[in-house]
Design a protein around this ligand. Structure first.
Ligand code: SF4
Length: 826
């Protein structure tokens, strides 16, 4: 196998439009282990990004010793990326796994046992429910658990306790994806399929550094680009990512201006007559409002607002307007920026205008970041009602009440569910006194970390954390529960293009660790949650029962799992929902007939006003008479709330590197990945570096109104005026660093502000200043194989940290605003 740290995407297996993506099976085994040594291979899928690559886990002597891609899997055709190859199994088998419950005694976390820990949780919970009621309880969960676990948590929260204070870290990654889909089409659910990559003529990546976030999906694009009928690539990103380097047009927009750019692209469709009038007339609403909204956004106006060349806006719009089949993908560059939902809805609007939806090659992928984020949204552990039901629709609430045999009044539906940042605000103010955090690490991933640490450390707040390791968050908990993880439990999850996989238990969890499902079922039983007949609310004995209950809940809804059984998942390799008796093989694309789930009796939301986030309400929505039509949603463009100024002259954005996932809980424990990106850094442009007297590797202080970090500087390819920091790095593995010593976590600087509609934090729009602290001891510890590679002007002074130096050949040094269009797009 090639060095898959250096060769992130592996070798090319080119293919042309309409051909099948060739199979390439990737595999990694522990040192000294050969295939012959493996006792058995256990079916699973990778949980280190939202791609959901099918894989088999190698087991020897009761331990995970490797992984290989599944050749017949519809998602990856055998491939795995560096995180899947190394962190999936190496991230689990470590000496520092939590193996017994911990409880806080005299200010210290001390070892305990399950009986003591769970009774402590249950007695605190009972007391608060008796004295303060359900609003005293909050649950903050993950994008990395399984369907069975999310659904159990959702039933406990909604029918057992009756609290609206439930959310997941999906609020930090895919809340905008869900909301953009709901606003435009009436319900969550990705319209497209990965096979649209195989069939398209052009691919637009909006704020999506796919080359690093979903490396196997990017391999599929690289293979298409290497073959005949190369699709045109358009990239919207302020950094010269690998996507940008491959692109025919790179629109390096000023952070915070995505909406203006999108209006410019849409206006060009009108100006040039690239509209499918028949589709628009039959299947959409709001055309006139859209036309009026974009009128002012000439390419020159966009150039002025976004800091890109007008010619590039025209060229990108032309590619969209003249290609027969366009695939669009959207991720955090849009979701974590200003006016996130409004900007993401314009991607949907572009496709609707041209009728490019529901057909091969015409996908929209409002991407997820985390592997099981989709399931959190489906099951309702993020606060939504399970099965994409509408909390404002009484009939939907009654359906759930009947399913669970509880009083509908118990199910919170008097107001929108509480989003994560509000949930932490309630904990700060004291109305939430019981906060249960499962499989996530908000002490690194939420904005404005000093405040988050203060909240979690409050003596009045009882914090339960269940996780694999003693994370930065777990260290602040009152009770820490050791959880079983991937390969140590059975469950299902769903990737971005609605592909459901089963992950079977391969090995026993370490020590006394238990699955998240076991823990939730235990809590429910101890609390005595019952239905209207006095029977246990959750009488499930394990994942099979939980999954079958979920199938019933999903039946008849857009995410219908009713014909996806464990048996069928075991006998194949991935099935796309909806999957019913009528469509027993699943559904490759949604909306093939141009009918959308917007009917008022069926839709997941009555919609929001995109500027303020105000709900439209049932009456006004019914008056629209959507009747299965999609809706062109718009909002006027507004500048970011924290614009750079004299004191804080630079824009600060955060993001990801190919070698780490989330807060590195698993990836930092895979030695090769950790070596590739061992510590935090900040990137700035050569122009800004020269002006500030900063050289590659210098230690710099980055200061915002909320905090500071002190990290090495990478002089790289980012648009002047912007700086970038990877958000993965916290403090658990840092000897010399800590929030009180040398802070390095990117979210020390970000702000507690969110998108009005999706409530996703605006991680990418803070204002900062940089100061040189001292000379460094060498180049910044940033990978040289990815977007963080050094700028051309400095790269000769930076030895490759991973991989060869040849990857440094395509820098971008043009000043902002100059054309970056490459020839050859068709
Ligand atoms: S692309 Fe994502 S799902 Fe696939 S192997 Fe890599 S991390 Fe895992």
């Amino acid at each position: 196998m090639p060095d898959r740290i250096a060769e992130i995407w592996g070798g090319r297996t080119q293919f042309a439009r309409g051909e099948l993506w060739p199979t390439r099976v990737d595999q990694a085994l522990a040192d000294g282990i050969t295939e012959d040594d493996v006792d058995r291979w256990v079916q699973s899928a990778c949980v280190l990004c939202s791609n959901g690559c099918g894989c088999d886990i190698a087991v020897k002597d009761g331990r995970m010793v490797g992984i290989r891609g599944r050749a017949d899997d519809r998602v990856n055709h055998g491939r795995l990326g560096p995180k899947g190859l190394f962190a999936s199994w190496q991230g689990m088998d470590n000496a520092d796994r939590l193996t017994v419950p911990l409880i806080r005694r005299g200010g210290e976390l001390v070892e305990s046992d399950w009986e003591t820990a769970m009774e402590l949780i249950a007695s605190k919970s009972r007391t608060l429910l008796d004295e303060r009621g359900p609003l005293s309880h909050g649950f903050y969960t993950s994008g990395q658990m399984f369907i069975e676990e999310y659904y159990a948590l959702a039933v406990i929260g909604k029918a057992g306790i009756g609290t609206p204070h439930m959310d997941g870290n999906t609020r930090l990654c895919t809340a905008t994806a869900a909301m953009a889909l709901k606003q435009s089409f009436g319900a969550d659910g990705q319209p497209g399929s990965y096979e649209d990559i195989d069939a398209c003529d052009a691919i637009f990546l909006y704020g999506h550094n796919m080359a690093e976030t979903q490396t196997v999906l990017w391999s599929r694009i690289l293979d298409r680009v290497a073959g005949a009928d190369r699709p045109a690539i358009v990239c919207v990103d302020p950094r010269a990512t690998e996507v940008a380097r491959l692109a025919d047009v790179h629109l390096a927009v000023k952070p915070g201006t995505n909406l203006a750019l999108m209006y410019g692209l849409i206006r060009e469709q009108f100006e040039n007559g690239w509209i499918d009038d028949a589709f628009v007339g039959e299947h959409t609403l709001g055309f006139d409002e859209l036309r009026a909204m974009v009128d002012e956004w000439t390419p020159e106006a966009v150039a002025d607002a976004c800091g890109v060349a007008a010619a590039d806006v025209r060229r990108a719009a032309e590619i969209f307007g003249t290609s027969q089949r366009v695939l669009s993908t959207v991720l955090q560059g849009f979701y974590q920026s200003s006016q996130a939902t409004a900007a993401s809805c314009q991607v949907n609007n572009l496709h609707l205008l041209r009728g490019l939806i529901g057909k091969p090659g015409c996908g929209i992928l409002q991407m997820n970041g985390q592997p099981t984020a989709q399931n959190n949204r489906e099951c309702g552990a993020d606060g939504d009602l399970p099965g994409f039901r509408n909390w404002e629709n009484t009939a939907h609430v009654e359906e759930l009440a009947e399913l669970w045999n509880v009083d509908p009044a118990v199910i919170p539906h008097w107001a929108p569910p509480t989003h994560a940042l509000q949930l932490f605000r309630y904990a700060e103010q004291g109305s939430i006194e019981f906060l249960w955090i499962s499989a996530t690490n908000p002490a690194v991933s939420l904005p404005q970390l000093a405040r988050v640490r203060d909240i979690l450390a409050k003596s009045e707040l009882f914090v339960v954390v269940q996780d694999l390791y003693l994370t930065e968050t777990a260290r602040l908990a009152d009770v820490v529960l050791p959880a079983a993880g991937w390969g140590e439990k059975t469950g299902t999850f769903t990737n971005v293009d609605r592909t459901v996989h089963l992950s079977d238990k391969a090995v026993e969890p370490p020590g006394q660790a238990r699955s998240d499902l076991d823990i939730f079922l235990d809590y429910s039983a101890r609390m005595g949650f019952t239905d209207r007949d006095g029977k246990p609310l959750l009488d499930w004995s394990g994942p099979t029962d939980a999954y079958e209950a979920w199938q019933k809940c999903s039946a008849g809804r857009p995410c219908d799992y009713s014909a996806i059984t464990y048996e069928r998942l075991r006998s194949g390799s991935g099935i796309q929902w909806p999957c019913t008796d009528e469509h027993p093989n699943g559904t490759e694309r949604l909306y093939t007939n141009g009918v959308f789930p917007s009917d008022p009796d069926y839709c997941e939301t009555y919609g929001h006003e995109l500027l303020t986030g105000a709900t439209v309400g049932e009456q006004a929505y019914r008056a629209l008479a959507p009747a299965g039509r999609a809706i062109f949603k718009v909002a006027p463009f507004t500048p970011t709330h924290e614009e750079p100024d004299g004191e804080y002259p630079l824009r600060y954005t955060t993001g990801r590197t190919a070698y780490h996932f989330h807060t590195r809980t698993k990836t930092s424990r895979a030695p090769a990945l950790n070596r590739a990106a061992p510590a935090a850094w900040v990137e700035l442009s050569t122009a800004d570096a020269q002006q500030l007297g900063i050289a590659e590797g210098d230690i710099v202080r980055v200061i915002s109104r909320r905090g500071e970090i002190v990290v090495p500087a990478r002089v790289g390819d980012i648009r002047p005026g912007s700086v970038f920091a990877p958000f993965h790095y916290g403090y658990w593995d840092s000897d010399a660093s800590g929030p009180g010593q040398r802070p390095s976590a990117a979210n020390e600087l970000t702000m507690t502000e969110w998108d009005a509609v999706s409530k996703q934090p605006s991680f990418k729009n803070s204002a900062v200043r940089l100061e040189r602290v001292e000379a460094g001891s060498g180049p910044a510890p940033a990978p040289t194989t990815t977007a963080s590679r050094p700028a051309l002007s400095v790269h000769s002074s930076v030895p490759p940290t991973v991989g060869g130096a040849d990857g440094m050949a395509s820098g971008y040094t043009e000043p902002a605003g100059e054309s970056r269009t490459r020839g050859g797009a068709s």
